[in-house]
Design a protein around this ligand. Structure first.
Ligand SMILES: NC(=O)c1ccc[n+]([C@@H]2O[C@H](COP(=O)([O-])OP(=O)(O)OC[C@H]3O[C@@H](n4cnc5c(N)ncnc54)[C@H](OP(=O)(O)O)[C@@H]3O)[C@@H](O)[C@H]2O)c1
Length: 291
């Protein structure tokens, strides 16, 4: 059976991976980004829903510049809340399933054990608040919806933390990275098949989807360098020693319970995703750090 799929934000990290994977696995995929379809434009969304004949819409479009959102809140809310409102209304009218991607930054970091889908969100940043507003728009506007929260995402194209660490290792003799924020690095190469599986199952609700395990940004940076074969000391900093415009949760490890309860296997350990991504970068000649 050919399954019509519309991917929005298709040239971002996750959109690129989903577009390639869905086309390789038998979906009839139409993939568009902001130049063709701004998700805040109802006419554009209706046009692409009609052209794609999509029964399933996956929204990867978002404002993802977390720190810039603090000073450009209107732009962040436009993409992250108004856009999902429009999508939800148009998907409801078209009776399409809307699978919408959200973030661990909807949580405030006060948890000390993996956070399940029932936990109350409480964002610390404008980005987190705008993404939470988008989740609510999707839940209220479209009966056939899936809200997928992921975390610490890296993959196709970037920009992302892995590429930043490799670049800095090429420029500096030692790195300084925050060591008191805990989360789960998640590779698009593992997340994309899980999202397609979820869309195929069609069960509505909220899902946490990340690689397995957890670490800190400091632990992640050390693993990136080790995997890339780069020897560079990494000093651990506290969040207080490295202030950023946006406050980030100290702990945002997500329990993927709803996914498990569908009978699906956990995503692989985050270290496996990192290994695969570094191998991809290496094969593409993109490991540029000086050794
Ligand atoms: N990156 C992370 O660490 C992370 C962590 C947790 C959750 N997430 C979530 O995962 C999803 C995918 O993230 P990602 O890293 O793949 O994002 P990304 O690489 O920044 O891609 C987002 C894409 O959406 C486009 N876009 C922005 N506004 C749009 C609009 N109004 N209409 C249509 N397209 C628009 C962007 O275009 P421009 O580049 O031209 O703006 C970009 O191509 C997002 O929902 C994000 O919030 C990301």
């Amino acid at each position: 059976m050919v399954r019509g799929l519309l991917i929005l934000g298709s040239r971002g990290q996750l959109g690129t991976e989903l577009t390639a994977l869905s086309r390789a696995t038998g979906w009839a995929t139409t993939a568009v980004d902001i130049d063709e379809c701004d998700i805040t434009d109802p006419e554009a969304v209706d046009h692409w829903l009609a052209v794609s004949r999509a029964e399933t819409v996956i929204n990867c479009a978002a404002w993802t510049r977390v720190d810039a959102a603090e000073t450009e809140a209107d732009s962040a809310y436009r993409a992250n809340a108004t856009g999902p409102r429009v999508l939800a209304a148009r998907c409801e009218a078209a009776e399409a399933l809307l699978t919408h991607v959200s973030t661990d930054f909807v949580f405030d970091g006060s948890a000390s054990a993996p956070i399940d889908e029932e936990a109350a969100p409480h964002p610390l940043s404008v980005y987190g608040a705008s993404k939470l507003a988008g989740e609510e728009e999707v839940r209220h506007g479209c009966r056939r919806h899936q809200v997928v929260r992921t975390a610490w995402l890296y993959g196709q194209g970037g920009p992302n933390f892995v590429l930043t660490v490799l670049r800095l290792a090429g420029e500096r003799d030692r790195l300084r990275v925050v060591a008191d924020q805990h989360g789960t690095p998640t590779w698009t190469g593992h997340l994309a098949p899980a999202i397609l599986r979820l869309a195929e199952l069609g069960a509505p609700g909220t899902y946490h989807l990340t690689n397995s395990g957890s670490t800190t940004w400091h632990g992640f940076a050390e693993a990136v360098l080790a995997e890339a074969g780069v020897e560079r000391p990494v000093d651990g900093l506290t969040t207080a020693e490295y202030p950023t415009p946006a406050h980030r949760p100290a702990y945002s490890v997500l329990d993927n319970r709803a996914w498990r309860l569908l009978g699906e296997p956990p995503l692989p350990p985050w270290q496996d995703g990192l290994r695969a991504y570094i191998a991809e970068l290496s094969a593409a000649g993109r490991l540029s750090a000086r050794h």
